[in-house]
Design a protein. Sequence first.
Length: 112
Amino acid sequence: MPVPLYEAKAEFFRMLGHPVRIRVLELLQDGPKPVRDLLAAMEVEPSNLSQQLAVLRRSGIVTATRTGSTVVYELAGGDVAELLAAARRVLSGLLSGRKDLLNELHGPRAAR
């Protein structure tokens, strides 16, 4: 029996649901990067990065190319960058709403 679309979407978002994976995708928006550059830009153990890259690779969201001992990763398509930009916009809206609420809580009426 085929998987319903909503379940496939939920699995996709679960795959994205790790901070290291999100950071890798953000870094790859600027173009392909070798693993050593990803490691230099992140504060994670090489084994942790390797595990998270494997998840991204298995999902098809990134591709890997090996040249000698160097492995270079890149986004599989531009839609990922668009998704990250949309997430940034949504998060920005959510956080600005919280700022407004905090300002209201700490405003002149709060002393009453």
